[in-house]
Design a protein around this ligand. Structure first.
Ligand code: FAD
Length: 602
């Protein structure tokens, strides 16, 4: 069976019928686009993803990366799609054309990204991290740094990474030990060992540009003393030509559970004392620089979770339509009942519906966040900008954690739908689950996201972003009522009210002597926030679809009806589980911290 990826009809539904992204083309920033060009871009992205990237998913997993004589080779099958990817200007989809980008709205770029990551995430991480590196240079670089690096990076001619992690500095980035020593010419000597660096090197590019976090000699301990440096693998001369080797050595590549096609590298900077870098951003403000990039990077990882989930879901649906096994329950007692496709069995269909509602809800959540970025970029005043920035801030940890945790859950159900074949590596489902797991760990583990939500985001600007988020959800509740979906709208309203109570309980406890108990419940609270956001998205989907069912052509009719049925399933059958979880959050258990360390094992 030919493998497929994300459901184009549903992508169009979210972009055009829910968000109406074409409205952005009335703004100066996106005046060069219209609905037709947006659709063409998506079609092109899909073609590239299906024809060129998807076929490398399994070969990349089987072949893995190699490190020989200090040089990393990626799976050979990656070379051709990488060339095509760069030639099509996909590395910097949403960035300015002058620096090699396509200037697309962020929401549309995310839709393309879903296709690419769904086709092969390990491959996509090379251009993805390269873009992240370019984003740092575009936002914080000096004119000279931009001149030297930006175009080469945004066109994918040179690769890019993010170098934070060290052996003793993972979640606790402030513990890092890499050192930068100023030179007389304004550069810095860099000495340090980084580990787990994705896309740390590759033979698809001529040079790799590493943004490296390090401490300038004598700077304060912890995060307050960290600065960010641009450290090229090969030095870049003043005229932009590639100079000498910059003493950046790949000391190892990890053998991992998944994403085998991506080179997770250990890198020694300055082992011979000859590694140079230039400061980017302000001295001791490296963490602030990283925070600037974080929302977009975390959104990118959320998108990876969705990419895995959508591919696993589409595979599962196609498989369930073809795999014949057992009779229809209604014909069980007949003498020789015909075998039916497993999609006809209620339990299989239930699994598929769980997958579908997660996938559709998460897609809408993420594209909405992309749309918030677009609103920031086209805001008519500061108040509008602040409003959408606030929504991005509060939704980012929720989206990162929810889409990656639920993405993993979806890929696990995707194995279940295949039965034993799901567990066999010849079929695609097992790899998707293996590959997906890392998304819950990197770019800030999901536990760290929960702490960010409770510790920073909930009380941010006196709770305004949270209140604004609730205001957005209330808009969909009103839409639902207008569309005659009163029962669903009431259920979402009740869940939202209860979530508000959880926020009050937890927010209050976090500022009291019960602070540790509050943080003990932070992950559960985060999950409840995600559940309510999903319910919001499904109500929105159903409200838009409801009025379109009557008079629609057969295929559209089925699609619109599916929106209403999907919303009913999620809101009436999945959301109640979340209400129970909210009871647990409100009860604020002290068992978590009461359990003594010695009580965990004898
Ligand atoms: C395949 C792969 C690719 C990666 N790519 C990159 C990359 O490109 N660049 C880069 O810089 N790094 C990268 N990383 C590193 C990744 O970001 C870290 O692994 C991650 O941040 C966690 O750090 P750690 O592994 O040291 O775990 P730890 O920080 O030791 O965490 C262990 C556990 O403790 C929890 N924990 C830790 N501290 C706290 C706390 N204060 N409160 C509550 N819970 C806590 C964590 O949630 C986790 O569950 C990558 C890792 C892998 C495996």
């Amino acid at each position: 069976m030919a493998q497929q990826i994300s459901d184009r009809r549903d992508q169009d539904y979210v972009l055009h019928e829910m968000l109406d992204v074409s409205q952005l083309t009335n703004t100066e920033k996106y005046a060069d686009f219209n609905k037709k060009t947006i659709d063409m871009v998506l079609t092109e992205a899909r073609n590239l993803a299906v024809k060129e990237i998807l076929p490398t998913q399994k070969s990349g997993d089987d072949e893995g990366v190699k490190l020989e004589n200090g040089k990393v080779s990626v799976p050979p099958s990656f070379h051709r799609p990488y060339e095509l990817f760069c030639a099509g200007e996909w590395v910097a989809m949403a960035d300015d054309p002058e620096v090699g980008g396509q200037g697309l709205p962020h929401s549309v770029a995310l839709a393309c990204g879903e296709l690419f990551t769904g086709a092969n995430c390990a491959f996509m991480m090379y251009p993805g991290l390269t873009h992240g590196c370019g984003n740092i240079i575009a936002t914080l670089g000096t004119p000279k740094q931009k001149e030297l690096y930006l175009k080469k990076v945004y066109t994918g001619e040179w690769g890019g990474t993010m170098c934070l992690t060290e052996a003793n500095a993972g979640s606790d980035v402030g513990a890092l030990e890499s050192i930068a020593t100023p030179n007389a010419d304004g550069t810095y000597n860099i000495v340090g060992n980084k580990i787990f660096i994705s896309g740390g090197d590759s033979d698809m590019v001529d040079n790799v540009i590493h943004p490296v976090l390090a401490r300038i000699e004598g700077a304060p301990a912890g995060t307050r003393g960290i600065s960010l440096f641009i450290v090229p693998k090969l030095w870049v001369n003043d005229d932009g030509s590639i100079g000498e080797d910059n003493d950046v050595v790949i000391t190892g590549v990890e053998h991992k559970m998944g994403i085998h096609g991506n080179a997770t590298c250990s890198i020694a900077f300055g082992g011979k004392g000859k590694c140079k870098g230039t400061l980017i951003g302000e001295v001791n403000k490296g963490m602030k620089a990283m925070f600037l990039m974080m929302n977009e990077a975390r959104q990118g990882v959320a998108m990876q979770g969705i990419g895995f989930a959508t591919t696993s879901y589409i595979n599962a649906v196609n498989y369930a339509k073809e795999r014949l096994q057992g009779p229809n329950l209604m014909q069980m007692l007949e003498a020789d009942p015909p075998k039916v496709a497993i999609i006809n069995h209620p339990d299989v269909r239930r699994n598929l519906l769980i997958m579908k509602t997660y996938v559709d809800g998460m897609r809408a959540m993420l594209y909405f966040m992309g749309f918030c970025f677009d609103k920031v970029h086209t805001a008519k005043d500061d108040a509008e900008k602040d409003y959408y920035n606030g929504l991005i801030e509060i939704m980012t940890p929720v989206a990162k954690a929810y889409c990656t945790d639920k993405g993993f859950e979806v890929t696990s159900i995707g194995i279940q739908v295949y039965g034993g074949y799901g567990f066999i590596e010849e079929y695609p489902q097992a790899q998707l689950m293996r590959d997906c797991k890392i998304t819950a760990i990197y770019e800030g583990t999901n536990g760290i996201q929960a702490m960010d939500l409770l510790g920073r985001k909930l009380g941010m600007k006196k709770g305004k972003p949270m209140m604004d988020l609730m205001g957005e959800i209330n808009k969909a509740i009103a839409m639902g009522k207008e569309a005659g979906l009163n029962d669903l709208a009431d259920k979402v309203a009740a869940a939202l009210g209860k979530l508000g109570e959880c926020a009050m309980t937890l927010g209050g406890a976090a500022m009291s002597e019960k602070v540790l108990d509050a943080f003990g419940s932070a992950t559960l609270f985060q999950e409840c926030c995600g559940d309510v956001v999903m319910a919001w998205m499904h109500l929105w989907r159903a409200a838009v679809a409801k009025g379109k069912i009557e008079g629609a052509k057969k295929k559209d009719k089925a699609f619109y009806e599916a929106q209403v049925i999907g919303a009913e399933f999620f809101i009436s059958h999945m959301l109640p589980v979340s209400l129970g979880k909210m009871d647990s959050v409100k009860a604020l258990t002290n068992s978590i911290m009461a359990m003594p360390v010695d009580g965990f094992s004898a």
